[in-house]
Design a protein around this ligand. Structure first.
Ligand SMILES: Nc1ncnc2c1ncn2[C@@H]1O[C@H](COP(=O)(O)OP(=O)(O)OP(=O)(O)O)[C@@H](O)[C@H]1O
Ligand SMILES: [Mg+2]
Length: 474
């Protein structure tokens, strides 16, 4: 994270977004205000011009011979004003000047003035004065007398340099504000972005610290905004799962070590005792026999472990074939019949022949059912029964092994599929199994895309249900 390029960071992106948004907003607001100001000033000037024209035209129409009043209006009124300079020229029909505000010729090029106002009669247009002042100029015809005897022309120019200056000052401010925004916004944006990202970084720091030795550590979601709290929660849940599987794996390795060590120690002990002095052939035979028993157990255990490891590999594949499940169950029953008879338990199959058909790996399903039957027989006292059943469901088959045995305590039920888990783990190694049987059943079901469920009542019996799709999923 620290080494990531600044351009690629979230903080940079957020900052860039803020700056862009801020700049556009400030730009739009100031530019809008500027536009309003320009149009308002222009409108004011034009109203003033229109007003003046109106007054003069009224005077010419109604009092055409009142030269004193006209002179007052054209020559004196403008001169009396201090800040607002405007100039008026009254021309007769032949365009000879009758009255002119003093100073007009110094301010404006008269020929240019006439040309400009002629081009746009009754409209105010902008024009530059002799000293580069800004003017707005307009003209209008004025009928003289009522009814009119002839028509004069009024030309009028107003100096708008002050307004122009105001606008120029406004423009400087505009650029200054824009520059200021550009200077300050990245900083503000960066602060906001950092502030928003800090919890994520804290999380990352916590996550970095977590290793196999402190898997119990969690991110405290207090004080985080809700989106991040839910991220923290998700992360914590992931840690829960990791911790659980990590524990399971460590337990598993400890169990493997333990289960391998016991038979090896037994073999070693017997061999050492046997070699301590000379033995009879009978005694050697006994020792060899029990060593053989232990090695059979050992290789069974190793075979189971190998099977589980292979079944977990993504390369594991099945040899699917059409299997009549009731036939398969009968096969399993025949295999266990002797054992069941020995322990006085009746072993029954209750599946209609030829009706439950599925494409499965015969050997594996046999093994799964065999594991279940061996469990059932091991936990059912004499006089009890073990029933193997099967039926078809929609696109699925169901196999059931139910016994009337001792049952499993509810608190142990969720763990029976764990490797090496045995309800009564204190039971002697030779009589009890290794605790891999149900784990193998489960992985066989997973390989087939199916599942396994177990239900049990203490003292009443246990029922294990296998469900598999009738054919390989496409
Ligand atoms: N039908 C059952 N009735 C009562 N308890 C059962 C039954 N099936 C399984 N269990 C309990 O679940 C535990 C796990 O069974 P699992 O088949 O995985 O191992 P195992 O039988 O002990 O050893 P393995 O099958 O590897 O020889 C058993 O030890 C037993 O305590
Ligand atoms: Mg078993």
């Amino acid at each position: 994270m620290r080494h990531a390029r600044f351009w690629g960071t979230l903080a940079f992106r957020l900052t860039a977004g803020y700056v862009l948004a801020g700049l556009s907003l400030v730009f739009l607001a100031t530019a809008g205000l500027y536009f309003v100001l320009v149009t308002e000033l222009e409108r004011n000037t034009d109203l003033f011009l229109a007003d003046k024209l109106h007054v003069l035209r009224t005077m010419l129409r109604e009092r055409p011979n009142d030269w004193d009043a006209l002179r007052e209006e054209i020559e004196l009124e403008s001169a009396a004003r201090r800040y607002e300079h405007f100039y008026i020229r009254l021309l007769d029909e032949r365009n000879a000047p009758l009255l002119t505000t003093p100073g007009l010729a110094e301010e404006l090029d008269l020929r240019e003035f006439s040309r400009q106002v002629q081009d746009a009669p009754e409209h105010a247009v902008a024009m530059k004065g002799r000293h580069w002042q800004s003017f707005r100029v307009t003209s209008a015809t004025a009928p003289v007398g009522f009814p009119p005897t002839h028509t004069d022309t009024i030309q009028i120019a107003i100096d708008v340099s002050q307004e122009e200056e105001l606008l120029a000052r406004y423009r400087s401010w505009f650029w200054a504000i824009l520059l200021g925004t550009f200077a300050i916004f990245p900083w503000i944006g960066y602060r906001i972005a950092r502030h928003g990202i800090r919890p994520v970084e804290e999380m990352a720091t916590t996550a970095r610290h977590i290793s196999s030795t402190n898997l119990h550590e969690r991110i405290l979601p207090e004080g985080y905004p809700s989106e991040l709290a839910s991220l923290a929660d998700t992360f914590n849940k992931m840690l829960d799962r990791l911790e659980e599987s990590f524990e399971r794996i460590s337990r598993f390795s400890a169990d493997i070590a333990h289960d391998l060590r016991t038979p090896v120690n037994n073999i070693r002990g017997e061999a050492e005792v046997a070699l301590a002095r000379a033995r009879t052939v009978e005694e050697y035979r006994d020792v060899l026999g029990s060593c053989l028993e232990e090695t059979v157990r050992l290789s069974g255990l190793i075979g189971d472990l190998l099977f589980l490891a292979r079944a977990e590999s993504p390369l594991a594949h099945l040899h699917r074939e059409r299997v009549d499940i009731s036939e398969l169950l009968s096969g399993v029953r025949e295999y266990y019949e002797a054992t069941a008879a020995d322990s006085g338990v009746s072993l029954i199959t209750a599946a209609p022949p030829g009706q439950v058909i599925a494409e499965v790996d015969r050997m594996l399903v046999q093994r799964a059912v065999g594991n279940l039957v061996s469990n059932a027989l091991a936990h059912t006292p004499a006089g009890g029964s073990v029933v193997l059943g099967a039926n078809s469901e929609v696109a699925k088959i169901r196999i059931e092994v139910a016994d009337t045995g001792v049952g499993i305590p509810p608190e142990a039920l969720p763990r029976v599929f764990d490797r090496f888990f045995r309800v009564d783990s204190s039971r002697s190694q030779t009589s009890g199994g290794t605790g891999l049987g149900l784990a193998i059943v489960q992985s066989i079901m997973l390989l087939h895309g199916g599942n396994v469920e177990i239900a049990s009542q203490l003292g009443q019996g246990t029922r294990v249900t296998l469900r598999m799709p009738t054919s390989a999923p496409r």
